[in-house]
Write a protein of this length. Structure first.
Length: 226
């Protein structure tokens, strides 16, 4: 009987001590259960909870990059209009056609680069903001008017937002030079494959020659730069 009383007292002390660690739920009797108290000691969702947080930390910057790219792709820049006018150029028409043909459905959010092509002179310096806003409104109306004529499977209500992003792109020489030199690269050859020895050379004018190990087919075992 004494041992049973001691065991009961130990259980009571243990459960009361676990109940004092953090907040716990309530069982059917309105008191925290042993399982509720245990959840204050360990995390039953380990490691899934922490894997999810780590995954979000990795994907969030990439998601922001995707969003930025989508905004730029949906932007109608000033060079899609004739300078100082709301008339679309042929490139502007093609751009709007491309947006309207997006599958499975076009993105209804469009972005218009503010009219930075309005010249700033002594006569317009004091009212340049109003002039740009007026041309922005005319260009937005021209975009809406043209998109209304593009056939679509379902009507799309486009929204146009004005912003002033940097024009995406790189210097033409940076892309042209690799293209012109692409035909000079990716060349190699296999020579000297006689007997058990041999050499493998790469490059037309320079590279590395790998000879067979010493004692195998009379090779020297040396790696000779060429």
């Amino acid at each position: 009987m004494t041992k049973m009383m001691r065991a009961a007292a130990a259980v009571a002390i243990l459960t009361s001590g676990m109940g004092s660690v953090g907040c716990v739920g309530a069982g059917a009797s309105g008191r925290p259960t042993l399982d509720d108290r245990a959840r204050n000691v360990y995390d039953p969702c380990y490691p899934e909870r922490y894997n999810h947080a780590a995954r979000q930390a990795v994907l969030a910057p990439f998601a922001q990059q995707v969003h930025n790219g989508q905004v730029l792709n949906q932007t109608i820049f000033t060079y899609y209009f004739e300078t100082g006018s709301d008339k679309l150029t042929s490139a502007g028409v093609e751009k709007l056609d491309s947006i309207a043909r997006t599958r499975p459905a076009p993105d209804p959010k469009l972005y218009l680069q503010t009219a930075m092509d309005v010249p700033v002179t002594d006569a317009t310096a004091g009212k340049i903001t109003e002039l740009r806003a007026d041309l922005d409104a005319k260009r937005a109306a021209a975009v809406q008017k043209y998109l209304a004529t593009v056939p679509s499977f379902a009507p799309v209500s486009y929204e146009i937002f004005v912003h002033n992003p940097a024009t995406p792109g790189i210097n033409a020489e940076f892309s042209a030079n690799p293209f012109r030199s692409s035909g000079l690269g990716y060349r190699g050859g296999i020579t000297g494959m006689t007997g058990t020895g041999g050499a493998v050379s790469t490059g037309a004018t320079q590279g590395t020659s790998l000879s067979s190990p010493a004692g195998a087919g009379g090779g020297t075992g040396a790696v000779v730069p060429r």
